[in-house]
Design a protein around this ligand. Structure first.
Ligand code: TRP
Length: 376
């Protein structure tokens, strides 16, 4: 494989690889960029802008303007996001969840959260159904630890809740042809039929509010952009079923700690899991790929490159609230006034402080998990 082939971008719900060109994704997926104007409109409702909006980590959308039009006319919306529980949660997963919490707090909306134990079971060769279900409950603790409240947060565990989902899934499946699904998801002759039917299940929470609350309102989905193919199918059939098209707001991928690529649980050395202990975090951060030079002398003379530095990206995505301090770090790095070791040490301290708190809340969440089960 040449370097170019290795770097070639692949973004599907099951695989993200190569250098991700977000502008190109907007063009190829046919989504809309998040403009300054739209950001101002959001700010009118939220007051403060979340750092993920200020820094354009959420960069693309479908129908966010439509959802805001409706909201301004008095039609509420619900939030919907989810997780495929095939392993432990890493801090990349927290990026859209933290943002979802912000939207929920500001717009006072209900969240439906889908835990797709069924999806992971059919898609992953080695995963047993009990393991996927168990990861589902474990991963739910991470969501709860972020401060979501049971009154407004309805978690769907697909296998447990299939009776609730099945009628709507059938309506969706009946209106989705194999040829559409194959071209959208790249199914092969060897793809198992569980997987082929499965996209109908991910569509259901877009419409579930009408069933459980008797109100037909649009869903807004904050998620990484790799999930977009699902929504293309769902949006096509929504009007046929008498529902609003679900709207999306898409975020970028948190990079892994290695050179290139997103954080991925299948690469544990370059991923920080929410259950990692301080020494483990220390080791992973210490080995991270940075924009530093080969020697301290060179770095002082020539400066580093924060744009390619994974450590810097963690400050951008999660661990530096203050825009001014972030800009200072960027400038100091480029001037050669700060060395990689210093950034690594500061980041490690912040992550470990965050994780110590998170892990406590995560354990407490065990006692209240059932309060989040979807009420019918
Ligand atoms: N398919 C997603 C995954 O593998 C899980 C998921 C289900 C999801 N519904 C969602 C993610 C809605 C984002 C938004 O992770």
């Amino acid at each position: 494989m040449t370097d170019e082939e290795k770097n070639e971008m692949v973004v599907t719900p099951w695989e993200v690889k190569g250098e991700v060109d977000y502008e190109r994704l907007i063009r190829e997926f046919g989504t809309q960029p998040i403009t300054d104007e739209l950001i101002e409109r959001i700010a009118k409702h939220t007051g403060e802008l979340h750092l993920q909006l200020r820094r354009r980590l959420f960069f693309s959308h479908r129908d966010l303007d439509v959802v805001l039009d409706l909201y301004e006319k008095g039609v509420k919306f619900v939030l919907y996001t989810g997780r495929g529980p095939s392993g432990p949660v890493h801090i990349g997963h927290l990026v859209p969840w933290v943002f979802t919490k912000y939207l929920q707090d500001k717009f006072k909306t209900r969240l439906y959260f889908q835990m797709t134990d069924d999806e992971k079971f059919v898609v992953e060769d080695e995963l047993k159904l009990d393991e996927a279900k168990n990861f589902g409950y474990e991963n739910a603790l991470d969501l709860i630890a972020l401060g979501f409240k049971p009154e407004d947060t309805f978690m769907i565990f697909d296998v447990k809740d299939i009776d609730l989902l099945y009628d709507i899934a059938l309506e969706v499946a009946k209106r989705t042809t194999y040829s559409t699904a194959r071209s959208t998801f790249g199914f092969q002759d060897s793809t198992n039929i569980g997987w082929i039917f499965w996209p109908a299940i991910q569509a259901v929470p877009c419409f579930i509010h009408a069933k459980v609350a008797g109100e037909n309102v649009p869903a807004l989905i904050p998620a990484a952009i790799d999930q977009d193919p699902y929504w293309r199918i769902t949006r096509d059939i929504a009007p046929k079923l008498g529902y609003y098209k679900p709207a999306q707001i898409h975020c970028r991928f948190l990079p892994g700690l290695g050179k290139g690529g997103k954080m991925s649980a299948s690469e544990p050395d370059t991923s920080i899991f929410t259950v990692d202990q301080p020494e483990v975090v220390k080791r992973k951060i210490w080995n991270a790929f940075t924009g530093g030079r080969a020697t301290v002398a060179e770095q002082k003379r020539l400066g580093g490159d924060p744009n390619i530095c994974t450590i810097f990206q963690y400050f951008v995505y999660l661990f530096e609230e203050d825009d001014k301090k972030l800009a200072e770090r960027d400038a100091k790095c480029k001037e050669g006034a700060i060395m990689c070791g210093e950034c690594k040490t500061e980041l490690r301290e912040r992550i470990n402080k965050f994780l110590a708190e998170h892990q406590k809340k995560r354990e407490k969440a065990r006692n209240i998990l059932e309060k989040f089960f979807i009420k019918r």
